[in-house]
Design a protein around this ligand. Structure first.
Ligand code: HEM
Length: 144
């Protein structure tokens, strides 16, 4: 009995060639699933709009350089979600030092972030993944 019929061998080779190659760039990161740079920028822009219109916390930002904050938030979220960015801002403790932020302030900030993500049509499942990245920062932000 012939083990390898030539036709079968050719078929096996063709199947190998057609098999999906391992991607060189990771394309299943949260960053990619949020829509890459444009997706992260949309989330940050919508969040800053929400915060700006939120009388409960917008006074904290009255002396803030908003274009700079926008750039740093984009970098931070891009890096934290597996995107090709490096966060160049201050540590969370340092950035929020002297503000004496409370748990309630933090909850309101998260509420605005959720409203922003809903506005730009981030799915509830992806929203949960983003919130899971932010939640551990609470002790670095509150009470500084
Ligand atoms: C997980 C939650 C938070 C994250 C990831 C975050 C992230 C950041 C980042 C990246 C910066 C810029 C850092 C830098 O200037 O080097 C920043 C600054 C700032 N954050 Fe937050 N933040 C959070 C929560 C909050 C909350 C709850 C408030 C107030 C309600 C707040 C108010 C501010 C203000 C006012 C600044 C600007 C400080 C300045 O002008 O020097 N942040 N935040």
């Amino acid at each position: 009995m012939k083990l390898f019929a030539p036709g079968l061998f050719a078929l096996a080779l063709a199947a190998c060639a057609a098999a999906p190659q391992k991607p060189l760039v990771k394309n299943d990161t949260l960053y990619q699933r949020l829509g890459g740079a444009a997706g992260v920028e949309a989330v940050v822009d919508a969040s800053l709009r929400q915060i700006h219109g939120d009388l409960r916390i917008n006074l904290f930002f009255e002396n803030t350089d908003l274009p700079d904050l926008r750039r740093l938030l984009i970098e931070q979220i891009c890096a934290a979600t597996g995107g090709p960015c490096t966060y160049t801002g201050r540590s969370m403790e340092e950035a929020h030092s002297g503000m004496n932020l409370t748990d309630r302030d933090f909850d309101i900030f998260v509420e605005d972030l959720v409203a922003a993500m809903t506005e730009v049509k981030v799915s509830p499942a992806l929203q949960q993944e983003v919130l899971a990245l932010f939640a551990p920062m609470r002790p670095q932000v509150v009470g500084q």
